[in-house]
Design a protein around this ligand. Structure first.
Ligand code: S3P
Length: 451
């Protein structure tokens, strides 16, 4: 689904006493993979808690276009997969809208097949680099035709793929996953070396679907993942836990809005995803982890979050991959902390749904925050009382078709002296369609601006 419609500006104003218990929609990474692996496996996969955001729905449509049968029965999604190695040639380009995960993982999944597949996306996705996935696919023998700079539209054709040993050159779960998924339809053992651990949903879920996949971690934390190609995958029952990246928005809102006390239920606590919670706790955040439990092989918990006096910290660089999508909202939290927060090693933020490093720095400056942007770092000096923050003139933050920039700045407005206005709230539907009602239900003052 591509966004061509008129932008929908929105404003957030100073709010206090956020309260209530909320359930966050399903994790986006696990939801994408549930549709992909369910669509590929033999037999039936049943999914509850799936994120019904636009990004994930586009992945579902792509799997349907390649032969998977997908239907909804009450609250459950039911998929009848094609069987590994038996995807069908799509008869039209696959449109992934705004979704980097959808397009990059699916290129891996289908690129080795002996037919043409074409990939397209919206204006944001069409600017993002695909070479990081196309390079290993070329090494495997896939024919690639791409637009200048290895951007979309991309057309792939496989045929006789060969297994490779691939060292992932940047910390990216999408690249790791694309190579492993290409390995599913490749004879022999595909090996991926991951020097810095990133989210491990692909490895865990493929094992759950019956793939012969092993992981060895050496004394330096370097992971070697081996996958035997052309094995059988069998349909599973999946309960998708709440997305920690979406959780981040009400969580930071409650920390910065005075007198708040909220509980967020059923949050995925996989250690490859909890860097933000750890960092906020180091900043003095009152986040109580309740009912820690295992659900479907993943750590899950409820979080009670109360308004807190935050202090600036230096975020350890090696924690980056476990909070990569949360830096924009951490920068917002840092605006209300006493002292300085230093975030380094942020080069990957420049190739997300927008150049998030500059989008955050520009939005912060527009709203009176004191920050410095470097090539790969961001430094924010906070104002605990929020005085001078926000934009009384109503100047709008440019969100650059990026859902997390939109949500982060709406959260900022809840504790700033003046309102914060964003140019477009439409993209929020890609990952968190319930954001507006969920936040206003907690007592946040956020409204769409009718122009
Ligand atoms: C994701 C990996 C991350 C993350 C994205 C989801 C995934 O991207 O930013 O939102 O599901 O594998 P990178 O692999 O580019 O870091």
């Amino acid at each position: 689904m591509s966004h061509g419609s008129a932008p929908r500006p929105a404003t957030a104003r100073k709010s206090a006493g956020l309260s209530g218990r909320v359930r966050i929609p399903g994790d986006k990474s696990i939801s994408h993979r549930s549709f992909m692996f369910g669509g590929l496996a033999s037999g039936e996969t049943r999914i509850t808690g799936l994120l019904e955001g636009e990004d994930v729905i586009n992945t579902g449509r792509a799997m349907q276009a390649m032969g998977a049968r997908i239907r909804k029965e009450g609250e459950q999604w039911v998929i009848e997969g094609t069987g590994n190695g038996a995807l069908l040639a799509p008869d039209a380009p696959l449109d992934f809208g705004n979704a980097g995960t959808g397009v990059r993982l699916t290129m891996g999944l289908v690129g080795t097949y002996d037919f043409h597949s074409t990939f397209i996306g919206d204006a944001s996705l069409s600017k993002r680099p695909m070479g990081r996935v196309l390079d290993p696919l070329r090494e495997m023998g896939v024919q690639v035709s791409a637009s200048a700079g290895d951007r979309l539209p991309v057309t792939l054709r496989g045929g006789t793929p060969s297994a490779i040993r691939y060292r992932v050159p940047m910390a990216s779960a999408q690249v790791k996953s694309a190579v492993l998924l290409a390995g599913l339809n490749t004879p022999g053992i595909t090996t991926v070396i991951e020097p810095v651990m990133t989210r491990d949903h692909t490895e865990k879920m493929l094992q759950g679907f019956g793939a012969a996949l092993s992981v060895d971690t050496d004394k330096d934390g370097v992971r070697t993942i081996r996958l035997e190609g052309r094995g059988r995958l069998t349909g599973q029952v999946i309960d998708v836990p709440g997305d920690p990246s979406s959780t981040a928005f009400p969580l930071v809102a409650a920390l910065i809005a005075p007198d708040s006390d909220i509980t967020i239920l059923n949050v995925l606590m996989n250690p490859t995803r909890t860097g933000l919670i750890l960092t906020l706790q180091e900043m003095g955040a009152d986040i109580e982890v309740l009912n820690a439990r295992l659900a479907g092989g993943e750590d899950v918990a409820d979080l009670r979050v109360r308004h807190s006096e935050l202090k600036g910290v230096a975020v350890p660089e090696e924690r980056g991959p476990s909070m990569i999508d949360e830096y924009p909202v951490l920068a917002v939290a840092a605006c209300f902390a006493e002292g300085t927060t230093v975030m380094k090693g942020l080069e990957e933020l420049r190739v997300k749904e927008s150049d998030r490093l500059s989008a955050v720095a520009n939005g912060l400056k527009l709203n009176g925050a004191d920050c410095d942007e470097g090539k790969d770092f961001l430094v924010v000096r906070g104002r605990p009382d929020g005085k001078g923050l926000g934009n009384a003139a109503g100047d709008k933050v440019s969100t650059h078709l990026d859902h997390r920039i939109a949500m982060s700045f709406l959260v900022m407005g809840l504790a700033a002296e003046h309102p914060v206005t964003i140019d477009d709230a439409a993209m929020i539907a890609t990952s968190f369609p319930e954001f507006m009602p969920l936040m206003t239900g907690l007592g946040a003052w956020i409204e769409e601006v009718r122009e």
